[in-house]
Design a protein around this ligand. Structure first.
Ligand code: HEC
Length: 138
């Protein structure tokens, strides 16, 4: 019984190795660590993934795009204007969205923005970082 299992495992191993050799290194990594890659996807710090996640939050759960466009002011300042001013002040968008910063872009309109903290305060720090990464990608 044990011997049968051993040889079955050995056979699987050999098959896996041959498959990897044929398909190249990218596939080899995916095949060997499928769960690790999957589990890390949501918390990935890979910039491309962060920006994609941020975009999804900005346009989805956050509904930020109903007031913020890339380079045109609608109800709120444009994304480019916000990030420019945040760069100049070396300020953190994450901290602001956690309700722990102060309005530096258009303080007179802050109450309109403040209403969104009920959504952003429920987001994880990683989600807020993704939103900041997306906003800074313009
Ligand atoms: C109902 C319209 C509205 C929505 C929705 C909205 N914002 Fe705003 N936002 C504003 C307005 C108006 C301002 C300008 C007031 C201000 O500067 O605080 C602003 C300002 C900001 C600022 C600059 C704050 C500062 O320092 O002055 C950031 C950053 C920001 N919004 C991010 C977001 C994000 C991220 C979302 C989605 C979670 C969002 N906003 C959703 C209207 C909105």
């Amino acid at each position: 019984m044990i011997t049968t299992m051993k040889s079955a495992l050995l056979l699987l191993g050999v098959l896996a190795l041959t498959a990897c050799k044929k398909e190249g290194s990218a596939t080899e990594k995916d095949a060997l660590y499928p769960t690790a890659v999957g589990a890390n996807a949501a918390e990935s710090t890979d910039p491309v993934k962060m920006i994609a996640q941020g975009k999804a939050l900005f346009e989805g759960k956050g509904t930020c795009n109903s007031c913020h466009l890339a380079d045109k002011k609608v109800i709120g300042p444009s994304i480019k204007e916000i990030t420019k001013i945040y760069d100049e002040h070396q300020a953190s968008i994450v901290t602001f969205l956690q309700g722990e910063g102060e309005a530096i872009v258009d303080p007179s309109q802050f109450p309109i923005m403040q209403a969104n903290f009920s959504i952003t305060k429920k987001m994880s720090e990683h989600e807020l970082r993704a939103i900041e990464a997306y906003m800074r990608s313009f």
